[in-house]
Design a protein around this ligand. Structure first.
Ligand SMILES: Cc1cc2nc3c(=O)[nH]c(=O)nc-3n(C[C@H](O)[C@H](O)[C@H](O)COP(=O)(O)O)c2cc1C
Length: 178
């Protein structure tokens, strides 16, 4: 697929087929995420992949609000994106390099997440980023250590329906030229 086609084909999908995603595709998707740039190549983004039927149904029931659980009801994979805190945006002596502090860890994980979602689109897979999730329950269920900050949950699977793209802002709305 051409780059533009990949970018334009990515859409938030809230309806999935009951079809498994091969491990080989998952590996390609995570490899694409790992190619994203990161603060001093610190690579602090982490991906907690939930795909066993038992964990998946517990995750959807316990860690997502009802509307998001419904959005991803048949999705065969959910990925919790987190990052190891106090590294990206920090000097060797542990002090923050500038005012954004751990905001850089979130930034890096966002870059990696977009790579992940674009690769998924290229492979014909659908995704949905969910920021509305229960951080405490996720941490408990997946035993995510305290040094990782949990960010989003991304569903992954084969889409059931095509979605309309919500309207985007114009160049003039988004940019200021100096
Ligand atoms: C940080 C973030 C959090 C989001 N959280 C949710 C969510 O909890 N539930 C949901 O249905 N969509 C969620 N979305 C999806 C957005 O609504 C969607 O990306 C936006 O409407 C643009 O649509 P598109 O992704 O199809 O281009 C989230 C997206 C982002 C980037």
């Amino acid at each position: 697929m051409e780059f533009n086609e990949v970018v334009e084909s990515r859409r938030s999908i809230r309806d999935y087929q009951e079809k498994q995603v091969k491990d080989e595709l998952l590996e390609q998707i995570i490899a694409a995420a790992s190619l994203a740039p990161s603060w001093k190549n610190s690579q602090t983004a982490r991906f907690h992949i939930v795909k066993s039927p038992e964990m998946l149904s517990r995750f959807k029931a316990e860690c997502l609000p009802e509307f998001n659980a419904k959005n991803v009801a048949n999705a065969p994979v959910v990925i919790v994106v987190s990052f190891v805190k106090d590294r990206a945006g920090y000097d060797r002596n542990g002090s923050p390099t500038n005012e954004l502090q751990n905001g850089w860890g979130i930034y890096d994980a966002g870059l990696a997440s977009e790579n992940l979602m674009l690769k998924a689109s290229e492979l014909g897979l659908a995704t949905l980023v969910m920021g509305i999730r229960d951080e405490k329950k996720i941490r408990l269920l997946l035993d995510i250590p305290a040094n990782e900050t949990i960010i989003s949950v991304i569903s992954l699977g084969y889409g059931q329906t095509k979605m309309e793209r919500p309207v985007r802002k114009s160049f003039d709305d988004l940019c200021k030229i100096y």
